[in-house]
Design a protein around this ligand. Structure first.
Ligand SMILES: C[S@@+](CC[C@H](N)C(=O)[O-])C[C@H]1O[C@@H](n2cnc3c(N)ncnc32)[C@H](O)[C@@H]1O
Length: 493
């Protein structure tokens, strides 16, 4: 049995480094499509409006460059024979373009995913129209055409805009298994009242008005409903949905629930190598599966940690590991050197604050915010302003930050920094006085926390208790394994 684990990093590297052969029962992957988009996280302001402060969570643009040429070369030279042939055929047909770069990125990852999948395992590859045809051929080359089971159409409704073509209202999910001996739990669509009545009367076919009658087998008649088909009508995660966390491309829990129930059993291990804000992980946890998640941004890893805590309570943190997060000052310095934003996302994540990328205009001088409530229901939302410094801290920075706190009418300002602050900085901070909460507790208005202190578990001093931090949209509390999305009558497991 695998331990539940979240990996920060590039999934190709993580798969090769940490995941053993044939250890995973089910894989769901939702890679960024080749659609030239930048995905922004749009956090909501506390008054319900969309925040102006956006964060570029990830980019899904691929360009044919040195990196993709090398990736292509590697699959062609050392990948399985069929995959090598398919990639060469793609190259002849497509040339060196963006789609080719995307396929060169996907091919070695899919080869690794096949390696880690158990003989009885299944893989669901989520794609849209941009690359689904190409990915189907690539999957055929990697898993074999005989391992193809379904092309699932996820049909949803959303706002449409006039265009000189039909509205696109579906995604495609390619379902393959590693062998023909695989786990599959039949899911049943409950009978409508009319069908249930006809069933009782022993009528041997079901049909809707205007449709051809469909013969129902005796086995089907005895069951509690009709076997699920390959068109899944599941609503999008709407802006008002309770489960919405503000992460772009977040998928509905109901979608994951359906495929996890169909292709795994309790205690099986589910892998999501592009796990985003952790939909697969949250559903796997609720359904008592083991899980492994990988994502390349600290923003996603931070959100998943919050999501799990909100849905399953504080103690959940003791039940899973996180690999790839800085655990020492040297790690944190390396992260800051590699990517300043990742460092900020990680540091802010540790104190439960949300990052802000816009440095001009309204948010000048602010790297993150944390909102809290310390008044009776309906009272004002209070806030903490964060500045994050990986390198040198300019003299006068605490004074400037204090100015920002006053300008924003915030209650507390916090500097998160790698270096030890100088004595004048400490003096300046302590001269700012205290914020007094309605409960009578006192908290320094200006606080300085070093990375070393953060790593030893120290955190911001503010009126703190469960439910006070209202910075992120909260994931609703999970209600055991109960089916929370009753489109289907899931059988007891
Ligand atoms: C389409 S989103 C997945 C959304 C997810 N299904 C959900 O419900 O939140 C794709 C994710 O893949 C991550 N990603 C992109 N390239 C990656 C890579 N090479 N390794 C690991 N994660 C990657 C991005 O950071 C992003 O979070």
């Amino acid at each position: 049995m695998t331990e539940n684990i979240l990996y920060y990093g590039d999934n190709l590297d993580i798969l090769r480094r940490y995941l053993k052969d044939e250890t995973i029962d089910l894989i769901y992957l939702d890679p960024p499509f080749k659609s030239n988009q930048e995905y922004n996280v749009l956090f909501e302001e506390r008054n319900g409006t969309s925040s102006k402060a956006q964060i570029k969570a990830f980019k899904d643009t691929w360009r044919w460059d040195q990196g993709s040429a090398e990736a292509y070369q590697q699959v062609v030279e050392s990948g399985p024979e069929r995959v090598s042939k398919m990639m060469r055929a793609f190259r002849t047909f497509l040339g060196a373009n963006d789609m080719m770069a995307y396929l060169a990125m996907m091919a070695p990852r899919l080869v690794e995913l096949r390696r880690v999948l158990k003989g009885t395992g299944s893989i669901y590859l989520h794609c849209d129209q941009t690359a689904s045809a190409h990915l189907r051929l690539l999957m055929d080359a990697i898993f074999g055409p005989d391992s193809f089971r379904n092309e699932i159409v996820w049909h949803y409704r959303r706002w449409t805009a006039a265009a000189k073509k039909f509205q696109r209202l579906h995604d495609t999910i390619l379902f393959y298994t590693k062998t023909n001996k695989y786990i599959f739990n039949q899911l049943l669509i409950p009978y409508t009242k009319g069908s249930a009545k006809r069933k009782k009367q022993g009528v041997l076919h079901r049909f809707k008005r205007g449709e051809e009658p469909v013969l129902v087998s005796n086995r089907e008649l005895q069951a509690e409903g009709v076997p699920e088909n390959d068109v899944w009508q599941i609503p999008f995660v709407a802006p008002s949905a309770k489960e919405r966390l503000g992460y772009p491309t977040q998928k509905p829990e109901a979608l994951l629930e359906r495929l996890i129930r169909a292709s795994s059993n309790k205690d099986d291990t589910i892998l999501d190598p592009f796990c985003g804000c952790g939909t697969t992980i949250a559903v796997a946890q609720r359904l008592k599966r083991r899980w492994v998640g990988i994502d390349i941004t600290h923003l996603a890893i931070g959100l998943i940690k919050h999501r799990l805590q909100d849905a399953f309570g504080q103690n959940i943190r003791k039940t899973y590991g996180v690999v790839g997060e800085p655990v020492s000052l040297t790690d944190a310095e390396t992260l800051a050197k590699d990517d300043r934003y990742q460092f900020q996302w990680w540091a802010l994540g540790l104190v439960g604050a949300r990052p802000i990328e816009q440095k001009k205009g309204a948010d000048k001088g602010i790297d993150g915010r944390l909102y809290f409530h310390d008044e009776p229901k309906g009272g004002r939302t209070k806030q903490i302003i964060f500045s994050v410094k990986a390198g040198h801290i300019p003299s006068g920075h605490i004074r400037e930050l204090r100015g920002v706190v006053e300008r924003e009418k915030a209650q507390i300002g916090v500097l998160l920094c790698m270096q030890q602050p100088t004595k004048p900085m400490r003096t300046e901070a302590s001269s700012a006085g205290f914020y007094k909460s309605p409960w009578g507790t006192k908290h320094a208005t200006m606080q300085i926390l070093t990375v070393e202190e953060l790593l030893s578990g120290k955190t911001v001093d503010y009126p703190h208790s469960e439910g006070v931090n209202v910075t992120f949209n909260k994931s609703p509390k999970a209600k055991g394994e109960k089916n929370e999305h009753p489109e289907l009558n899931y059988p007891e497991e």
